[in-house]
Every structure is written in structure tokens, then in C-alpha cells.
Design a protein around this ligand. Sequence first.
Ligand code: PBG
Length: 325
Amino acid sequence: MFPNHRPRRLRRTPALRRLVTETTLRPHQLVLPMFVKEGAAEPTPILSMPGVVQHTRDTLRKAAVEAVAAGVGGIMLYGVPEVRDAVGSGGVDPDGILNVALRDLRAELGDDTVLMSDLCLDEFTDHGHCGVLDAHGDVDNDATLAVYADMALAQADAGAHLLGPSGMMDGQVGVVREALDTAGHTDTGLLAYSAKFASAFYGPFREAVESQLTGDRMTYQQDPGNVREALREVTLDLTEGADLVMVKPALAYLDVIRAVREISDVPVAAYQVSGEYAMVEAAAANGWLDRRRTVLEALTSIRRAGADVVLTYWAAEAAAWLRES
Ligand code: PBG
């Protein structure tokens, strides 16, 4: 043993450990995804995501104010419509639930937080796909882009600061950017879901948005085995004008986050998805994991991998914990 090599020296006291910590986790780095349901009179619990609800417009406003007071850096909003159709009209309609709720939150919060909106059709289509279908029932990339452009304008008009194109259509960032610019929304930014994998970890989210999907999304979301392809997607999105790029899910894709961090000159986000949340909640409910320590460790690992921003259903709670510490 070499007595001068003693890494434990720096671990002896909390103050020493704090001084040399490499990875920070701060409230403002966390973004809270929230769900709002059209026509709801009461918030509806999402059973596979204990503690998460589909909000009414009213409870959404209150919960968003609380989350911002807890210190979260932003809110990502998803709408659950009452009626769906083949082309997802509810997403484009200025009176559709997502756009109405965006307006509510912008009026309530102004610029106190970063208001983000999901720019995708899956919540609004009766077949549950992220785009419109062609005559063969396949997702039609370019026809979908035209709808995304209209949807983007509606969300920008409603007051979103950042739009999150999440449908994995080719060219979506460029088409949406151009539509926004042409309409004068040059200040509305794009948080591009650049590397979004076809993941089983989205299971609970499908309950959260009452997804109608029967098949899968393998023709547009990425194969879980592919990291070079993720970098290609990121490079395209950067070229098309993404303001932030995102990897999703997070915990099973930490290597992808790291690889994206290394090629990206814009902030990198990672989405700790519904299944990541559900796993920890279920184990903690059984007494098998220490909930708070597990949550903070998972979030720290996502930051350590290279994410600047983390979307997490624990954002408000974790922000409150971090402010105590
Ligand atoms: C698509 C979208 C999905 C998620 C966020 N945006 C679902 C999907 O691709 O099936 C999943 C988020 C989560 O699981 O927490 N609009």
C-alpha cells in the first residue's frame, strides 16, 4: 500500500465531500411534465404513476404555481382531449385543451418559468400515432410535418416559450422553425426530442394520456440499440435549428446522453420517463428502495452523464428537497 494514496481523505466529512463534488443537481435544472384533461371536474390519478394526476384546468394552474415556487426550472405540458380524430385536430385548434391550458399558465406565470409544450399528435389522434396516416395506414412523414407547423403556431400563439417536437418525423425541427419564423415567432424556441427511442419505459405515459395506440412506433422512434443513429438525429436537429436537444428515456440511455453532450454545442436535456418513475415508486412502496435517495441518485447520474436539464415527474418534490439541503 502507498500511504500517500488515500482517496478516502476527501470523503471524511460532509464539508470535504461537498467541496470536491463533481456533479451538481439544482432545482432550476429540473422540468416538471404535467397533464391536463379536457372537461375534467376533478383531478384523475394515474394509477401506474402514483402521485401524478391528470389535472383539471384549475388544479393545473395551482399545481404549476406550486412547482414554480418550489424552484423547478420549467414545465412541460401535455393535453388529454375529450374527442380524438384521424388527423389530431384538437392539437391545432386554438380552443383545444393543450392550447387553452398553455394560455392559462402563461397568464398565471408570465415569464417566471419556462413554459414548454409537447408538439406531437399522439394525444390527439384516434389511432394513437404521432402523425397522420397514409392510405396504407403508415405514418405519413411529410403530411405530418404540415400539421406540426400549424400546431406549432397555435402553441406559440398560446404563449409557450419552448416547443417540444417529439414525434420523430424527419425534418420536423426545420419545418417548425421556418413556420414560426415566417409567422414572426422568432423568439419561440425548440426543445427537440432528437434521440427518442421506441421504449417500453413509456408504458405508464400511455395511461396518462389515454393513448389509443394498438401497434408500436418502431417506424419513427429509434431502435434502442443505436447510438450512432442518435448522433445523426442530433446533428440533423442542430442543423435545422434546435435550441436544445434531448435524449429520451434517460436511465437506460446514459451512454447516449454522454455521446450527445460531446457533439452538441447547445444545452442537452434528458427525459426521465414514466416507466423510470413507476419502477422506483413501485419498489419504494414495497419498502425495497429508499425513495428519496434513489430519486436523487438517478437524477444525479443523468446530470453526470451530461444532461444540463432533466425532465422528471419528481421535479417539484426533488426541487424542494434540494432547497432544504
Ligand atoms: C409523445 C410522447 C411520449 C412521451 C412523451 N411524449 C410517448 C410516446 O412516445 O409513446 C413519453 C413520456 C413518458 O413516458 O414519460 N407525445
